[in-house]
Design a protein around this ligand. Structure first.
Ligand code: HEC
Ligand SMILES: [Cu+2]
Length: 444
């Protein structure tokens, strides 16, 4: 009997990345099995060869005796042994192959799209993201297709590898066992940007995946967002002191690092890292990750909605709602009900649209032109004409990239027609506008 590859005693080669899926021990077992058999026969054959070279070398004054022409016994042995060895390798490998290719009946399906040169993951609720997020200990079915050439999805810690072929769907599945972050890459050479075809796998703790998906796909639905924290007056009066008691709770919610930044700020222009730290912290509050208790609000004037919510011991979505009420009480001007289009646009640029793999935000030329400072400029086109980078030009570039080709670049941008909605294109435009700001310009 072969040892069960799933047993804890299954050997774990130290030179492989730590396993993080249920498939990993099976694959590692096959790997070790073949490795040790090969090593055994390698040593045996090379060892005997060296021994025979020494022992039966030609010596002076010695005539070799004639060797037998054939020996049925030996021939049976050297046919039978390899037969059983190869059959055992087949059995071990085939068993692992079957369990890798046949998905369990109950699973969560995520569709994977490979394209030059990025990955897109489509979740059951329709949200498309550039990263693969999955819950721990659940069976995930991946249905893979390609937009252009052959790619191959590889997650080393999961021992998961599947080709992504144009014109057909491939399937594979896995069950992640260790929460954390892993690298996902393309292992089929697919052109200039092949080595940039990297992404992240995030394995969430129980419950984290649902929260992430809800938050991610909420991006363009109107919510409270700290829209105007670039206004120094708002920050000064509300956070640095001398403000109404309601602001104490917001200050409490800031992380120690943010508080330190805030204390070090002497007024005037709000530095970008401080603004970002505050926006990040407040978004944590908005996501309901911080719970405020009723006692804290004694003598503080808050809205009726917030009072009602506080009294009802909110959980889940209600908690998010409560924090929104409280934040809007604290920041009547700094929070808007409108979605933050620029922030959403950055998300589309980095993840959903995968624009980042070709367009840089910082001035470095890539496969495509950089977006830094592009807004409002006149760009030379291949056909000798010029185009102004404005709403219509960007929209046309996204939906019909071949209409105008920028001089000095190849016409390789894929169309996003049917893949980005009008609202999402608006968001990308809002994001491009933020990249146009130069340092001399006063913050809006
Ligand atoms: C595969 C690489 C690639 C991807 C992905 C890509 N682009 Fe492009 N893009 C290009 C190239 C190359 C050009 C220049 C040639 C041309 O004008 O078509 C370009 C041109 C543009 C231009 C005109 C730029 C200028 O300076 O005139 C805009 C705007 C643009 N892309 C927006 C986007 C957006 C938004 C996305 C994501 C939703 C995106 N691109 C994704 C390769 C890409
Ligand atoms: Cu690829």
């Amino acid at each position: 009997m072969l040892p069960n590859p799933l047993s804890p005693q299954a050997s774990q080669p130290f030179w492989l990345p730590p396993p993080a899926s249920t498939t990993a021990p099976e694959v590692d077992y096959v790997f070790s099995f073949i490795f040790w058999i090969s090593l055994f026969f390698f040593s045996l054959i090379v060892g005997l060869m060296l021994l025979f070279i020494l022992r039966y070398r030609r010596r002076q004054g010695y005539t070799p005796k004639p060797a037998p022409k054939s020996h049925t016994g030996i021939e049976i042995v050297w046919t039978a042994i390899p037969f059983f060895v190869v059959a055992a390798i087949f059995w071990v490998g085939f068993r692992a192959y079957i369990s890798m290719t046949v998905p369990p009946e109950r699973n969560d399906e995520i569709r994977v799209i490979g394209q030059k040169w990025s990955w897109l993951f489509e979740y059951p609720n329709g949200w498309v993201d550039g990263e693969l997020h999955v819950p721990v200990d659940r069976d995930i079915l991946l249905t893979l297709r390609s937009e252009d050439v052959i790619h191959s999805l590889f997650i080393p810690e999961f021992r998961l590898k599947m080709d992504v072929v144009p014109g057909r769907y491939n399937r594979t599945w896995f069950r992640a066992t260790v929460p954390g972050e892993y690298v996902l890459l393309c292992t089929e050479y697919c052109g200039t940007g092949h080595s940039d075809m990297l992404s992240r796998v995030v394995v969430h703790e129980p419950g984290g995946y649902e929260n992430w998906l809800k938050e991610a796909s909420n991006l363009l639905t109107p919510t409270f967002r700290p829209a105007d924290l670039t206004d120094p007056a708002v920050l000064l009066t509300t956070l640095k002191g001398g403000a109404a008691p309601i602001h104490a709770f917001v200050r409490d919610a800031l992380s120690p690092a943010t508080k330190a930044l805030l204390d070090g700020w002497a007024g005037g222009t709000v530095p970008e890292d401080l603004r970002k730290a505050i926006v990040d912290d407040l978004n944590t509050v908005l996501r309901g990750e911080i719970l405020f208790d009723e006692a804290r609000f004694a003598g503080v004037s808050i809205s009726e909605e917030a009072k009602k919510m506080l009294a009802s011991e909110p959980a889940g979505d209600d908690r998010i709602q409560l924090n929104r009420y409280l934040l809007s009480d604290a920041f009547p001007d700094a929070l808007s009900r409108a979605p933050d289009f620029a922030e959403a646009g950055r998300y589309i640029y980095e993840r959903k649209g995968g624009c980042r793999s070709c367009h840089s935000p910082d001035g470095t030329a890539n496969v495509g032109p950089t977006f830094a400072g592009a807004w409002g400029q006149r760009h030379a086109m291949k056909d000798g004409t010029e185009a102004l980078v404005d709403e219509n030009y960007v929209r046309e570039s996204i939906l019909d990239p071949m209409a105008k080709i920028r001089a000095g670049f190849e016409p390789v941008m894929p169309t996003y027609r049917g893949r980005l909605s009008d609202r999402e294109i608006d968001a990308v435009i809002a994001y491009l506008k933020t990249l146009a700001k130069t340092s001399e310009e006063p913050p809006k």
